[in-house]
Design a protein around this ligand. Structure first.
Ligand code: AMP
Length: 219
């Protein structure tokens, strides 16, 4: 799933994954979880994440490669936050080919820049389980899933948000051109009610997967 920070990738990828019965693989969540658990590779990336910059490609590719090799990823996954650079996209294509993963379905979530900033400054995540919370849950200050305390992500502060949006334009937006010509690429308007976006995404992924099957069959 492609989209700027705040486009709703996390929420929508999580819903899509449960709809399709496959794991939700969020590289941002994996890094934050690694930091909470004190893993060296995640701790090394911490300062970069807090500045809103991208962690280096080699580290991210290794993390994703290891995750996709696990048993539960065999039937597919919803990838959220990866790839973020053309070099990561090339690595993912190579991985899909060598591991016989099947065709990649790519969906872009489109949301205007003004809406992104508003969403990012108001969102909160649970300090205990790391799940993102939407308004009106945010107003209670407590996680709807586990009752933990809600915090603002270090990288959801206004100056860092500006950097993340700039990084998205510079490094990740070019991926739209990288994928656009494929029959397995589609875009959904992410500036609609949550349930509408979910419905459109699900329909889009089903239809693109049909195209993927045709590509796989050499049609
Ligand atoms: P996210 O939760 O997807 O917004 O990711 C939070 C932060 O983790 C990003 O701002 C990056 O610093 C880092 N990160 C996550 N995924 C990647 C990736 N594929 N490539 C580089 N950095 C990443």
């Amino acid at each position: 799933m492609l989209g700027a920070p705040g486009a709703g990738k996390g929420t929508q990828a999580s819903r899509l994954a449960s709809d399709f019965g496959v794991p939700h693989v969020s590289t941002g969540d994996m890094l934050r979880d690694g930091i909470r658990r004190g893993l060296a590779v995640a701790l090394e990336a911490r300062a970069t994440i807090d500045r809103g910059e991208l962690v280096d490609d080699a580290t991210m590719i290794a993390i994703v490669q290891e995750r996709l090799a696990r048993d539960d990823a065999r039937r597919g996954v919803v990838l959220d936050g990866f790839p973020r650079t053309v070099s990561q996209a090339r690595a993912l294509d190579a991985l899909a080919e060598t591991d016989d993963m099947g065709a990649l379905v790519v969906v872009e979530l489109n949301v205007p820049a003004g809406v992104l900033i508003e969403r990012l400054t108001s969102r909160r995540v649970c300090a205990d389980c790391g799940r993102g919370q939407e308004p009106p849950a945010v107003a209670t200050g407590l996680c709807q899933q586990c009752g933990g305390r809600l915090l603002q992500r270090q990288d959801d502060r206004e100056d860092v948000i500006r950097e993340r949006l700039a990084v998205y334009e510079r490094s990740t937006r070019p991926l739209v051109n990288y994928y656009r010509g494929r029959p397995t690429f589609g875009a959904v308007n992410g500036d609609q009610p949550l349930a509408t976006v979910s419905r459109e995404l699900q329909r889009m992924v089903r239809s693109l997967s049909g195209n993927a099957a045709l590509v796989g069959a050499g049609v």
